[in-house]
Write a protein that binds this ligand. Structure first.
Ligand code: GDP
Ligand code: MG
Length: 436
């Protein structure tokens, strides 16, 4: 689904004009893609009608081309369609029960969730009350060991609710307790009875249904059924990396009023995130500059704000700030996904590693500069280059490369200030500067 929508949009973006025909074609492609992703046909038609009506509306906000206007609308509508707002994730003392069918990803998600709260600085305990699947406890224990989280279980005990009670006692001092329950291949009476008992024993604040994205719109029915048994506070949608039907599952959950709180995006423990519809749709559309585009739309409405962009000089310090904000955002390949034009380009892994290494070096180099040098890099003569290289453990050529890149970026910023291009996010200039 992701690639298809990206393709449709980049095709649309290439056409140049956004007349009725090209909007029709874009909407048709969106419809095809969404239906293939198992989104409810009725919802798809409602969505496409809204997009068409708005896109062909003459009132294009000042400062946007019609093409940008259309892409903006697609983004807005898709975001509203897939959940609108990111959920509030509370960091209080709490018990979280995970339920779901076999293979949906409960055990994996329990560990991912544990790591999530651990990273937020909370103490976490994991309870495995899956007495159904052989070695269920060992599976969770292994994951817990990997992330340094204690796991309670008792392979000899057959009653799941008893394990939960004992585990809660053991973890009384933990801030967050996550309970991984057993599934079945279908929601039968046996599972229903067990879950009712587990639910009662747990008294959980959060009850999250773990659903695999590949069930598409069947998510709605499953969510409703589990909701009847334990009452749900949300959903964890897994396998969003590998499922073609994730969009269908997302929209079905949203349409039935159940919040998707987290998504699983791979088999590894870190492949997990709070579900943020705005970000998700941004990635879905493969449009790195979406945020910037939306900003421009806003700026077009408040022109005086636009003029605020980078006042006065663009110092090396500002450049450093950009690099810092980029490195804080995570690995380079993930960043690339957010950059205009980059999302559709697949760089080989080695190239990415080289860029990441370069960013690190630049950071060290700048840390070895004086305040004056950062404010006014013109003062950096060759003896200063030598000193900086020594101080940062780099070669003089690398220091010179950074300064050159800074100068190029500065030129670009000047151009932007000249009026034509407004803010395009902190990275755009940098990427140009880095020659990629
Ligand atoms: N690709 C991918 N695989 C996942 C994800 N979450 C879980 N899995 C895989 O799905 C399978 C079943 O997961 P498990 O946690 O044992 O499911 P459970 O039966 O509900 O406890 C395992 O092979 C996991 O590695 C995900 O987000 N992406
Ligand atoms: Mg399991």
């Amino acid at each position: 689904m992701l690639d298809k929508i990206k393709d449709a949009l980049s095709k649309f973006a290439r056409i140049g004009v956004a007349d009725k025909n090209s909007v029709d074609e874009l909407v048709k492609e969106l419809q095809r893609t969404l239906i293939q992703a198992d989104v409810d046909v009725k919802l798809v038609f409602e969505l496409s009608k809204r997009i068409k009506d708005e896109a062909l509306d003459e009132k294009i906000p000042k400062g946007l081309t019609r093409r940008e206007h259309v892409i903006n609308i697609v983004h807005k509508e898709l975001t509203q369609f897939l959940g609108e707002k990111a959920p509030q994730i509370e960091l209080k003392k709490q018990k979280i029960l995970l339920v779901g069918l076999f293979g949906s990803g409960k055990t994996t998600s329990s560990a991912k969730l544990a790591k999530f709260y651990l990273k937020k600085g909370l103490t976490v305990g994991l309870i495995s009350c899956d007495t159904w699947r052989p070695a269920a406890y060992e599976q969770l224990k292994q994951l817990g060991d990997k992330i340094g989280v204690e796991v309670y279980g008792n392979p000899k005990e057959k009653k799941a609710s008893k394990i939960v009670k004992d585990g809660l006692k053991q973890f009384a001092d933990k801030k967050v307790i996550i309970i991984d329950s057993a599934g079945r291949s279908a929601l039968d009476d046996d599972l229903r009875k067990e879950l009712e008992e587990v639910d009662k024993a747990a008294g959980a604040d959060e009850k999250l249904l773990v659903l695999s994205g590949d069930i598409g719109q069947a998510a709605k029915k499953q969510a409703e059924e589990f909701n009847k048994i334990t009452g749900l506070t949300g959903v964890i949608l897994t396998k969003m990396d590998s499922s073609a039907k994730g969009g269908g599952a997302l929209s079905a959950c949203f349409a039935s009023g159940i919040n998707v709180k987290f998504i699983g995006t791979g088999e590894k423990i870190d492949d997990f995130e709070v579900y943020d519809p705005v970000r998700f749709v941004g990635r879905l559309l493969g449009m790195g500059d979406l945020q910037a585009l939306l900003e421009r739309a806003r700026e077009a409405i408040e022109p005086e704000k636009a003029a605020d962009f980078i006042k006065g000089e663009f110092s090396l310090q500002d450049f450093f700030g950009q690099i810092e904000s980029v490195s804080k955002m995570g690995s380079f390949s993930k960043i690339l996904e957010m950059i205009p034009g980059m999302s559709s380009i697949k760089l080989p892994k080695e190239a990415l590693d080289v860029q990441e290494a370069k960013m690190k070096k630049w950071k060290y180099i700048m840390q070895s500069m004086t305040k004056e040098e950062k404010q006014n890099p013109d003062v950096i003569d060759s003896s200063r280059v030598q000193r900086i290289a020594k101080g940062s453990g780099t070669r003089p050529e690398e220091v010179k490369e950074l300064i050159k890149s800074y100068n190029q970026t500065k030129k670009m910023v000047k151009k932007m200030q000249g009026g034509k291009m407004l803010k395009r996010g902190p990275m755009a200039g940098m990427m140009k500067g880095m020659g990629i």
